[in-house]
Design a protein around this ligand. Sequence first.
Ligand code: DI6
Ligand code: FE
Length: 409
Amino acid sequence: MTERCDLLITNANAATMDPSIPGGYGAIEDVAIAVTGGRIVWIGPRNELPDCAADDVVDGEGCWITPGLVDCHTHLVYGGHRASEFARRLGGESYEEVARAGGGILSTVRATRAASAEDLYRAAEPRLQALLSEGVTTVEIKSGYGLELDTELKQLRTARRLAQHYPVDIVTTCLAAHALPPEYDGRADEYIDLVCEEILPAVAKEQLADAVDMFCESIAFSVDQCQRVINCAKELELPVKAHAEQLSQSGATAMAANAGALSVDHVEYINNMDVAAMAENGTVAVLLPGAFYTLKETRVPPVESLRASGVCMALSTDLNPGSCPIASLRLMMNMGCNLFGLTPAEALAGVTRSAARALGLCCSRGVLRAGLRADMVLWPMDTPDQLAYEFGALKPAKIYFGGRNVTAG
Ligand code: DI6
Ligand code: FE
């Protein structure tokens, strides 16, 4: 460790989420954390801290420090909203019925195509700000409301632009295979040709996407069509992930896991074979309790079986205008416990270490460890169990992004 560091935090406890430290939180009580050049250079019990002079010494005032939170599945760049559809669903129409009648995702596609890049940026800002105020320091953002080259590019460029102006890492995903655009009605295979031959190559050329996603469902694309998208992503050397088994069982999860997908997301309807394929391939199960709650689903993901098989479970908002217009990852931690049966420690792992892994960032984010970037949140609480238990009043006392204090206000 260097003798002089930029920042030294003491009088605090850490939920490091480091799996090599025993206990669900990888806790170190009475911790010291030294940061230099934006990275943690030393972390451990304060009484073992080597001699160290710091430019900025921070009294943690008994707070618990966690890694910066990671929201690994959002669709937060979009035009318009779907409040009228919410009212229809409250009146008894299902999500699928609304989608089949030309609403749902296609209604947001119309609004996103019509929006200027500036409109999209301004609309996305408050959603991103809401996540950041909760201590989120890495956010994934998907396209998928363009379903044509120009609008997909517009969405992805907007996502990249947000990262230039906010203290956050933005990971982008091309979800051109999200729904069938109206101009391809009845010609889904031809639309997949467009995705594979035009949209994905252009996105890859401009380096606008860090991964490729697809919606495998009866209201979207078949397993075979998704397999074609995966093959194309592989040719472009882009990692893949999939929305699968949200509304029905199709075999898409096993197919994607066997193709080496980073994550499969939703997974309410997965069976034992899907779980086994995820375990074998190290595919993360991204649980989205906010979509389950919003759509009043009743089928919960098989958490016990995922846990028993050692599948990593991440938790995310799925922030989008249809199935989860809720910009709160903290609320998802609570829902993950109350609705899906996660433990509070699993919920915190789900929005840190496991979420980072779902983005292919497992060795650089989501854990507090020497050598890793100093994305850290100080919480005024007595135990990390409070993060999943409480909602509303418990807010970050301090947020550090790459060692820089970015606490709002
Ligand atoms: N599954 C989802 O949760 C979002 N997309 C998807 O494929 C919902 C998108 C929407 O309803 O606008
Ligand atoms: Fe989604």
